[in-house]
Design a protein around this ligand. Structure first.
Ligand SMILES: C[S@@+](CC[C@H](N)C(=O)[O-])C[C@H]1O[C@@H](n2cnc3c(N)ncnc32)[C@H](O)[C@@H]1O
Length: 293
C-alpha cells in the first residue's frame, strides 16, 4: 500500500529516479514526521495495545510464523515497534530495525513502558551489514515495506545472512497485483476498477507529491515528497530463492487487512473487500522461506 490513498505520479515530467540517496532521504524525512501522527492514530490504537491487544489481528500470521517462544526474532522495518513488542509478548527475544529515528525512539520508549526487553536499531536495513553478532531464528517483516526498498536481491541476501541455518524468513505484504488498482477515486462498483499503478518495476522509484499525499493511518499531511519502488511477485520470490532460501509457504489473499481503497467493505472478521460486483483481486500475500541447514 502506498503511504497514502493517492496515486503515485506517472507524470512523464517526473521520470522514475535511480537517485537512491535522494529518494531515501525524502522517505526517511516523511517517516520521521509521520511517526507522531501514527502514535495518536486510531489505526495504531496505542491505548488498546498498552492494554494488551496483540497487533496480529488476523490470525494467519501467527499460524504461519508458528511458535516464537524462546526464539530470537529480527524485525525489519519495525516502525515504532508494536509488532516487534507483540512478538516479545509471545516469548521471542526481539530486535527491530528502522531507518526513522523518531520511530526507533518511540519503539524504545514503548518497550520500556511495557516492561519488554527489546533491542531497537536505528538503521537503513541495507546498512545492517554484519552488525549483529548473532544470527536469528526468525526474520520477520510485514505490511507496507517493499515499496520503500530499491534492491530486492540485496534484501533477500541480507535476510538470509541474518538467519541461522534452519531459521525462517517470513513476510506478509500487500500484493503487487492489488497495488495496481487506481487510487484516484472510490471503488463503488466494478466500473471503478482500473489500473493506476505499475506491476513491473518502471526503472526506478516513482514520485509522490507531498501536496497530494495524505497518510494511510491519519489525516496528517506532511507536505513531504516521497519516492516509491514497484516490485512484481517474481522479483519478490526470486530475491528469496536467489539468496539461497527455500520457499515453503506462499499464500495469496483476496481481502485486505486495511482499507486500502475507499469504497471497500469490511466483514465481521475485519477483512476488507471490494464491492460484491467486482472480480476477486489479490490484495495480500505471505511467504515463509527457510535457510537450509
Ligand atoms: C508501513 S511501515 C511498516 C510497519 C508495520 N507494518 C507497522 O504497521 O507498524 C514501514 C516502515 O519502514 C521503514 N523503512 C522504510 N524504508 C526503510 C529502510 N530502507 N530501512 C529501514 N526502515 C525503512 C519506515 O521508517 C517505516 O517505519
Amino acid at each position: 500500500m502506498s503511504e497514502s490513498n493517492h496515486p503515485v505520479s506517472n507524470d512523464p515530467e517526473i521520470p522514475p529516479t535511480t537517485d537512491t540517496a535522494t529518494a531515501y532521504a525524502a522517505n526517511q524525512a516523511w517517516w520521521n514526521e509521520i511517526t507522531e501522527p501514527h502514535r495518536t492514530s486510531d489505526m495504531y490504537d496505542l491505548a488498546g495495545f498498552k492494554a494488551g491487544r496483540n497487533r496480529f489481528m488476523h490470525r494467519y500470521i501467527l499460524d504461519e510464523v508458528g511458535d516464537v517462544d524462546g526464539k530470537s526474532l529480527l524485525h525489519l522495518q519495525c516502525h515504532f515497534g508494536q509488532d516487534t513488542i507483540s512478538w516479545a509478548r509471545l516469548g521471542a527475544t526481539v530486535t527491530g530495525v528502522d531507518f526513522a529515528g523518531e520511530a526507533v525512539d518511540l519503539a524504545r520508549a514503548l518497550a520500556v513502558e511495557e516492561g519488554i526487553d527489546a533491542t531497537f536499531v536505528h538503521s537503513n536495513i541495507y546498512d545492517i551489514g554484519d552488525r549483529f553478532d548473532e544470527q536469528f531464528d526468525v526474520v520477520f517483516t510485514s505490511y507496507g515495506i517493499l515499496g520503500w526498498l530499491h534492491d530486492l536481491p540485496e534484501w533477500g541476501r541480507l535476510a538470509a545472512r541474518a538467519l541461522k541455518p534452519g531459521g525462517i524468513f517470513y513476510i506478509a505484504e500487500f500484493h503487487p497485483g492489488g497495488e495496481m488498482i487506481q487510487y484516484d477515486r472510490p471503488i463503488m462498483s466494478k466500473e471503478d476498477l482500473f489500473f493506476g499503478e505499475p506491476y513491473f518495476d518502471p526503472g526506478g522509484a516513482l514520485f509522490l507529491s507531498g501536496e497530494e499525499g495524505t497518510d494511510y493511518a491519519s489525516d496528517h499531511s506532511t507536505g513531504q515528497d516521497t519516492w516509491e519502488w514497484f516490485h512484481s511477485m517474481e522479483d519478490i520470490i526470486m530475491a528469496l530463492i536467489d539468496a539461497g532460501l527455500v520457499v515453503e509457504l506462499f499464500r495469496e489473499r483476496d481481502w485486505c487487512a486495511y482499507r486500502s481503497h475507499e469504497g471497500m467493505i469490511v466483514d465481521d472478521q475485519g477483512r476488507w473487500h471490494l464491492p460484491p460486483d467486482c472480480p476477486k483481486v489479490p490484495f495480500m500475500f505471505s511467504i515463509r522461506a527457510r535457510k537450509p541447514v
